[in-house]
Design a protein around this ligand. Structure first.
Ligand code: GLN
Length: 546
């Protein structure tokens, strides 16, 4: 196909309307019609990337194959589309300014005054168009973070205005996502906030081509007509996005509303295909018709904000569907786990996942949870910090190395079974300096993990500074904690598992980032299967007792 087309998604009225899910759903429909589509997120904050943000700020930091620390919306894009994103798919104001300032320092602006317009806006336009280079994609969808009217968003909106003008009508369009609130006292849906936000967009010179309206109630024809006439869009371009039981329903809902058809028409693209959503709908059917239920404890310290563990929760949804079981995730705050509470909090579960994390807070509770899972044959998955806690627990309670710890938590520990990686020792800057992105790992034949993946070598994504200390490897191995995955270049231990346990695996990497609807992650699939087997065994044992 000829030149790449661009779709911009802006948001109005309120934040958290789900621009990312709408963008991902549209991309899914276009992909299902045979178009090559990608999505990009522009974030208006000054952090160069979200890697330095506390999960309470914007939720989980998602990591791509190429090691970019990105917004969690990129996770949705990958899960929906089953294609990799990269650093180019997430750009922040911090990164834009950093790059413009570096150019200024190199003298690239030849003595000119460097300004928001045109220098910042040009940089934004370049970053958007990078994805359209080489005609790799037919369609690039760019989501502008924040809400129209925010001071921070202005340069992005101006860049979109200019690009839309430069590209021409058939090559670019703007979808504006708004809220149509329901006033229960009046018993009515209200269009005024949407009218105002469309007007705000107009003040910046942008006319919305399509309105996607978040609503709790069906939009009547009258409301649609009203929105169309006052917001200056065609009535078919008023798309209802009603609250859905699951985000995975949204592509079908958008299909029913004809979002993809309106987009193709507006971009002068052929509309002679029907989206092939067979695999997607197979997944949905299994997801919605589970044959059993399992309870898995997610032990972490950011449990108050579910977005902190977004990819893990979604990976459970994919793996649950694959196993035809409903995964009931129970959030357990690691700070509240101790000797007297542990039985109450964990004994009814079918499995335990100890989550990734940083810093000392709540780690003793995580260690207690690992111990419970190890001693009671409860399926266990430890991810990153969770794997490190498994090594510490085993060192303390099986090897009897008193005070064994990670030097992240106790720099003076006598037994640093988890220690700072050699490559990290000279690092002083926090941003973008961890061991990031995809690394190779060789699996030991005959191990659980080898069976899980069904191959000898894998690639998984990382985000950490500390590692398994190889000085303790022999002792750990001899006592039954096997290191069954090793990085072939560096010898770093990436996976541990227990010899005498039904299913106990700790991984230094983050399998959750690579789980998608089309390709649920094998480690989660196997873990959920083990928890299901555990629950069946448990139920049978209880019945026998009666
Ligand atoms: N804090 C640990 C480290 O830096 C684990 C990081 C993580 O769980 N992502 O090694």
């Amino acid at each position: 196909m000829a030149d790449t087309k661009y779709i911009f998604v802006t948001g109005g009225v309120s934040s958290s309307l789900g621009k990312g899910i709408i963008a991902a759903s549209l991309a899914k429909l276009l992909q299902a019609r045979g178009f090559k589509a990608t999505i990009q997120k522009l974030d208006p904050y000054i952090n160069v990337d979200p890697g330095t943000l506390n999960p309470y700020e914007h939720g989980e930091c998602y990591v791509t194959e190429d090691g970019a620390e990105t917004d969690l919306d990129l996770g949705h894009y990958e899960r929906f589309l089953n294609v990799n994103t990269s650093q180019a798919n997430n750009v922040t104001t911090g990164r834009i300014y950093q790059s413009v300032i570096e150019k200024e320092r190199r003298g690239e602006f030849l003595g000119k005054t460097v300004q928001v317009v045109p220098h910042i806006t040009n940089e934004i336009k370049e970053r958007i168009q990078i994805l359209g280079q080489n005609n790799e994609y037919d369609i690039v969808i760019t989501e502008i973070g924040g809400t129209v009217g925010d001071i921070e968003s202005l340069p992005y909106i101006e860049a979109v205005r200019q690009l839309k003008w430069e590209l021409g009508d058939d090559n670019a369009l703007v979808i504006h996502l708004t809220l149509v609130p329901y006033l229960s006292a009046a018993g009515e849906l209200k269009t005024k906030p949407t009218q105002h936000s469309v007007k705000t967009l107009m003040e910046s010179g942008i006319k919305a081509d399509i309105l996607v309206c978040r609503t709790e109630h069906e939009l009547s024809d009258d409301i649609r007509r009203k929105l169309a006439i006052f917001c200056n869009v065609r009535q078919e371009a008023v798309i209802q996005s009603i609250d859905a039981p699951t985000i995975y329903d949204v592509p079908n809902m958008m299909l029913k509303e004809g979002l993809d058809t309106v987009v193709l028409k507006k971009l002068a693209l052929p509309d002679d295909t029907t989206p092939n959503l067979e695999r997607w709908n197979q997944f949905l059917k299994r997801h919605k018709n589970p044959k059993a239920e399992v309870h898995i404890g997610l032990i972490g310290k950011y449990v108050e904000l579910q977005d902190s563990y977004k990819s893990i929760l979604e990976a459970f949804i994919h793996a649950g569907a694959e196993n035809e079981v409903y995964v009931n995730v129970e959030y357990i705050h690691s700070e509240f786990i101790n000797d007297s509470t542990i039985h109450n909090k964990i004994s009814h579960l079918d499995g335990v996942l100890v989550a990734p994390g940083f810093g000392e807070r709540g780690i003793e509770g995580k260690i207690d949870a690992v111990r419970y899972a190890r001693e009671n044959g409860l399926p266990f998955l430890g991810i990153c910090l969770g794997m490190q806690m498994a090594v510490i627990e085993f060192s303390r309670n099986v090897l009897q190395l008193k005070g064994a710890n990670s030097t992240e938590m106790d720099p003076e520990t006598k037994h640093p079974v988890i220690d700072l990686m050699e490559a990290q020792k000279e690092v002083t800057h926090k941003g973008g300096t961890m061991r990031l992105g995809s690394w190779d790992c060789e699996l030991r034949e005959g191990s659980i993990i080898h069976e899980v993946y069904g191959k000898d070598e894998i690639k998984e994504r990382h985000r950490h500074r500390y590692e398994y200390n190889n000085k303790y490897k022999e002792q750990l191995e001899n006592a039954g904690m096997l290191s069954t995955g090793i990085n072939p270049e560096t010898g770093l231990v990436e996976i541990v598992e227990l010899k005498d346990h039904p299913w106990f695996v700790g991984v230094q990497y983050h399998p959750e980032y690579k789980s998608t609807v089309a390709s649920p992650h094998p480690l989660f699939v196997s873990f959920v299967k083990a928890t299901h087997e555990h629950s069946v065994k448990h139920k049978n044992a209880k019945m026998a007792q009666k």
